[in-house]
Design a protein around this ligand. Sequence first.
Ligand code: EPS
Length: 365
Amino acid sequence: MAGSTFGQLFTVTNFGESHGPAIGCVIDGCPPGLALTEADIQGDLDRRRPGTSRHVTQRNEPDAVEILSGVYEGKTTGAPIALLIRNTDQRSKDYGNILQTFRPGHADYTYWHKYGIRDPRGGGRSSARLTAPMVAAGAVAKKWLREQFGTEVRGCMTQLGEVVIQHEGWDHVHQNPFFAANVSQIEALETYMDALRKEGNSIGARLYVEATGVPVGLGEPLFDKLDADIAFAMMGINAVKGVEIGAGFGCVTQKGSEHGDALTPEGFTSNHAGGVLGGISTGQDIRVSMAIKPTSSIRLPRPSIDLNGDPATVETFGRHDPCVGIRATPIAEAMLALVLIDHALRHRAQCGDVQVTTPDIARRG
Ligand SMILES: C=C(O[C@@H]1CC(C(=O)O)=C[C@@H](OP(=O)(O)O)[C@H]1O)C(=O)O
């Protein structure tokens, strides 16, 4: 399958460029009968959209979604659902000076060598703007999962550069532009970002995303393991460079007696597995962490080469996120929801009914 379609039974085909007339996606395989309006989707798009604080790109896009097909009298019909988001605030002249060069750390270089042609305006097809349609599709998946199984997907930023963010409570996530589960560190995060922006530089971040109320049995035994597909989905998000499931790299120093989550009649007593054993969901919370690289478009001049391979200096102007991780939480949530709906439909196709249990006493304790 070509590289713009995600999923096996609930497929999402992403289209568009950052400075084209519109971006969007076509969802195929959505179960019929799901009540769906634009309002079900818009909330998550608003959480991701640019221009909402001084710490993100100042490109001001409403990211208003239009449902073009697949819904009749407020319900999905089983037909493809086309979702459209019009681009309204392109400023393509910002990219004039980098047409002949490659930004270090950017897809400019690989796109040029692969295709021999690229749309450089706003990063074209490589733009993080193309995550918006995935957030829209993810909102549909979230709604179906919630109604079928009571599954909830949520995420937060856990580290911005060197600043580790302590988890104070999930309700804090909605009260700050960083998606931090913390309000007492917001001032420190703002000071950090203000200094970084002044310097013309960018920084990486770490995010956490989890799904609760996940049925047992989602995932395939050998290749399409649930955790493998989650890692694939997260690595498909622009700028993600590392993914951990459960204890992740922490398992290197764990002993078997510690890592293996004990089973009791009431449920598991811990969740180092991150909710997946043998590639199949345990019914515990799915726990995922990811590392997001610093934005490659920065104001600081850097050495590079031009299209002829001669030395060049690159400086990027325009409206870039000093930390793409700041707006990435809704994207990670959406990708996790898309993996879960796809595997829930696959499980149902092979095994019939999906078993909903929440044997995770670790999270209740
Ligand atoms: C527009 C969005 O982010 C954009 C992502 C992006 C990039 O190269 O990835 C470059 C910038 O585009 P522009 O130069 O056109 O402002 C960001 O603003 C968005 O996320 O919706």
